[in-house]
Write a protein that binds this ligand. Structure first.
Ligand SMILES: Nc1nc2c(ncn2[C@@H]2O[C@H](COP(=O)(O)OP(=O)(O)OP(=O)(O)O)[C@@H](O)[C@H]2O)c(=O)[nH]1
Ligand SMILES: [Mg+2]
Length: 159
């Protein structure tokens, strides 16, 4: 799982896997990658990695980004988490493009990896705003999924 700091990567890994992580409402809470095992059923599980937040200049080592990008090279699928609430930055499409630029600048291998793009913090915006921001992705021909998963998984885990 990749994305800017504070977009909710650790929250997600804590809900879907057995990882014990720190979650807080400020950037750079996670400073080393967290690994967790997602148990799908008795025969199938997979490992998910919560990568510390990436920022512009990551490929040059800013915010230790080069180390994290190297870790991403070992992952088979990228889940690119986007904060759709715009509390911290005002253009989610630009966020997406910026992180893709960091991947590309570090290695073309990263850019070719399968990527699932996910809009997070959808609860923090009204319906019309959410639709407008999702349309912005459509215009750029970027397929984005919406994360409603957290509450469901939480319910499932506690039952
Ligand atoms: N409203 C809302 N807040 C969320 C959601 N997911 C995460 N958060 C909050 O966003 C803040 C940051 O969450 P983290 O999971 O620590 O974010 P992160 O991407 O791991 O951050 P770094 O470790 O700094 O890269 C916390 O206060 C979370 O409670 C969501 O779906 N909706
Ligand atoms: Mg984190």
């Amino acid at each position: 799982m990749i994305g800017y700091p504070n977009v909710g990567k650790s929250t997600l890994i804590s809900r879907i896997s057995n990882a014990k992580v720190e979650i807080a409402d400020y950037p750079f809470t996670t400073i080393v990658p967290n690994l967790g095992v997602v148990k799908v059923d008795t025969d199938y599980s997979f490992v998910v990695a919560d990568i510390p937040g990436l920022i512009e200049g990551a490929h040059l080592g800013k915010g230790l980004g080069d180390q994290f990008l190297r870790h991403i090279e070992r992952c088979s699928i990228l889940v690119h988490l986007i904060d759709i609430s715009c509390f911290e930055r005002d253009d989610p499409v630009e966020d997406y493009i910026n992180i893709r630029k960091e991947l590309e600048s570090f290695s073309h291998i990263l850019l070719k990896k399968k990527e699932i793009i996910v809009a997070n913090k959808i609860d923090a915006v009204d319906k019309d705003t959410l639709e407008k921001r999702l349309t912005d992705f459509k215009i750029e021909r970027v397929k984005i999924f919406i994360l409603y998963l957290l509450i469901l998984v939480k319910t499932f885990k506690s039952s």
